[in-house]
Design a protein around this ligand. Structure first.
Ligand code: PGA
Length: 257
């Protein structure tokens, strides 16, 4: 059984002090409601700004909650001003890194080919990549959703280490930060397409790989989305920044029977 996975993407929000305060507030609440107790059943991960990684690691070590970076370069060192080395992230004991988030693709020119190189580099240092895929509004309206997300998936996984894990997030670009959420059916259909494409890498890969939905997930729409059978969790931006809304999202019911 795949765990239900709720991941926060803080984007470029919060300082190390904010990070420590956030965890000081939320950890006792997680403890009280028990949502973070059994990671084989329900897993929570925070993707924090690189400058907050140490604060997140200090706050979260000894818990079942994961943390990760939002980007890494595909080389371990070199003349790449401003980039994060996968080797250094590994030295900092970072368990997860986002790859190919739509903001990286659209604002920083990250290409399909680069996502493949990044997944390979992260696997080589023992970090689990969370690969994001998703179509623009224009692509959806042109009926190209499936073609685009399968292309992004295949490129991202093209150089992976087949013995290592990946996590996938389907995030329609038109739903990110817009308040426009995909309907549960639209999301489930896209997830089913991705699950089928994953089967080309082996049925075991398709069965074991969590596929998260991201794009304006909020406490008032999460339960409906989670009811869809192909949806294994969420990648949450805006609603992860406040402890109350994120705590509510982490408690979203998921029927695994
Ligand atoms: P949002 O962001 O929840 O604010 O739409 C999701 C994401 O970018 O991962």
């Amino acid at each position: 059984m795949r765990p239900f996975l709720i991941a926060a993407n803080w984007k470029m929000h919060k300082s190390p002090r904010d990070t420590r305060d956030y965890f000081t507030t939320i950890l006792p609440k997680f403890e009280a409601c028990g949502v973070a107790k059994d990671p084989s059943f329900r897993k929570i991960i925070f993707f924090v700004p690189a400058l907050d990684l140490q604060a997140a690691a200090d706050s979260l070590k000894g818990t079942h909650i994961g943390w990760g970076a939002q980007n890494a370069h595909w080389e371990t060192k070199g003349a790449f001003t401003g980039e994060n080395s996968p080797a250094v992230l590994a030295e900092l004991a970072t368990p997860y890194v986002l790859v190919g988030h739509s903001e990286r693709r659209a604002l920083f020119g990250e290409t399909d080919e680069q996502t493949g190189l990044k997944v390979k580099a992260l696997h080589s240092v023992g970090i689990t990549p969370l690969l994001c895929v998703g179509e623009s509004l224009e692509e959806r309206e042109a009926g190209r959703t499936n073609e685009v997300i399968v292309r992004q998936l295949n490129a991202g996984l093209s150089q992976r280490d087949a013995t290592k894990r990946v996590i996938i997030a389907y995030e329609p670009v038109w739903a990110i930060g817009t308040g426009k959420v995909a309907t549960p059916e639209q999301a489930n259909d896209a997830h089913a397409v991705l699950r089928k494409a994953l089967a080309a890498f082996g049925q075991a890969v398709a069965d074991a790989t969590p596929i998260l939905y991201g794009g304006s997930v909020k406490p008032d729409n999460s339960a409906e989305i989670a009811k869809q059978p192909e949806i294994d969790g969420f990648l949450v931006g805006g609603a992860s920044l406040e402890t109350d809304s994120f705590l509510a999202l982490c408690q979203t019911p998921k029927d695994r029977s």
